[in-house]
Ligand binder design. Sequence first.
Ligand SMILES: NC(=O)c1ccc[n+]([C@@H]2O[C@H](COP(=O)([O-])OP(=O)(O)OC[C@H]3O[C@@H](n4cnc5c(N)ncnc54)[C@H](OP(=O)(O)O)[C@@H]3O)[C@@H](O)[C@H]2O)c1
Length: 369
Amino acid sequence: MLKGRATAQATATYAGRFADLPGNYRETIGVAVSSIGLGTYLGEADDATDAAYAGAIRAALTGGINLIDTAINYRFQRGERVIGATIAAMAAGGAIRREEIVVATKGGYITFDGSMPPDPRAWFEEHFIRPGIVTAADLVEGSHCLTPRWLEAMIAMSRANLGLETIDIYYLHNPEAQLGAVGRDEFKRRLRAAFELLESKAADREIGVYGAATWNGFRVAPDDRGYLSLLELTRLAEEVGGKDHRFRVIQLPYNLAMAEAFTARNQRLPDGAMGNTLAAADALGVAVCASASLLQGRLTRGLPPLLNDAFDGFDSDAQRALQFVRSTPGINVALAGMSSAAHVADNLATARRPPAPFDRLMRLFKRVG
Ligand SMILES: NC(=O)c1ccc[n+]([C@@H]2O[C@H](COP(=O)([O-])OP(=O)(O)OC[C@H]3O[C@@H](n4cnc5c(N)ncnc54)[C@H](OP(=O)(O)O)[C@@H]3O)[C@@H](O)[C@H]2O)c1
């Protein structure tokens, strides 16, 4: 396993190597992080996709992208394993130092081992139920679990897959999935137990910071069954871990078609007023990574011409869509899924430009609205 974690000094040195990317690096969780991160969600669980991701990750880390996002269940653990193998090879060859890069992963969903087993139920029983890692009653919708015992096993597996002693960012994956099955009091009890485990893993340096990677939770209205309050989550983390708790990052979809992080005033701020998720995160000292910046590829072609006007000088719709996300104040990192090195190059061209000024972004909202 590679020792250490991303550090302020090493990430600053990394950023210093990319003079052609002005405005690309932002201080996030105390380190310099590129405004575009590489996501690894999509794709088949096969060797060809592994090889494609290896090439894309290599191109990204060589080209100035120093945040990689994954989850244990992405492509049945192949997502994490290809990241681990690529980082290990690049570090061994001197192309990067481990401390220069930020690796984020997630736990919550059950996963198989590299491929779908012939009898998934029997496989799960043998590997997780019989060893006592999880009981059927711990699972929500047969696929999601946040118990400390489960998360502890997932963190151990992720560290082994990634080959990293310390995972820089560890997310609870779509915690709001639990709200489909349990009430708010039980949800809070489960989250408290999960946070206790994550604080202890941070103290043991198995993870750096933790947070919640969500799909609906921060986008829906407060009366929605799956709603998450960031204020409540950080208060809970403070109850568990004190003022220096490590609940420091969230992830939610944000793109031209899903702009609720900016447009929905659905979060209670510390001063009692309502504001959007980005304002709440800023007030609470929580960094924001935008997922699905390209709406899973659908914003990479056929954008309306008004986007050309708003973001002139870009070569592709993907660049314009990414520029929107990385220019929104409060978004620290725009995650784009990339299994193609050519897409990495296309997206890196965006990072060569400074973020769009706020008034230009606001003009876009007015014209769309
Ligand atoms: N709830 C959660 O926690 C959650 C949910 C969704 C996503 N995420 C995270 O966010 C990351 C990004 O989201 P996503 O991967 O779902 O969707 P996305 O980033 O919106 O889109 C990824 C798709 O866009 C394509 N693409 C990338 N750059 C392109 C370019 N320049 N031109 C044309 N096509 C391009 C990719 O193709 P190639 O693969 O061929 O390069 C891929 O098919 C994920 O990978 C994951 O890490 C988290």
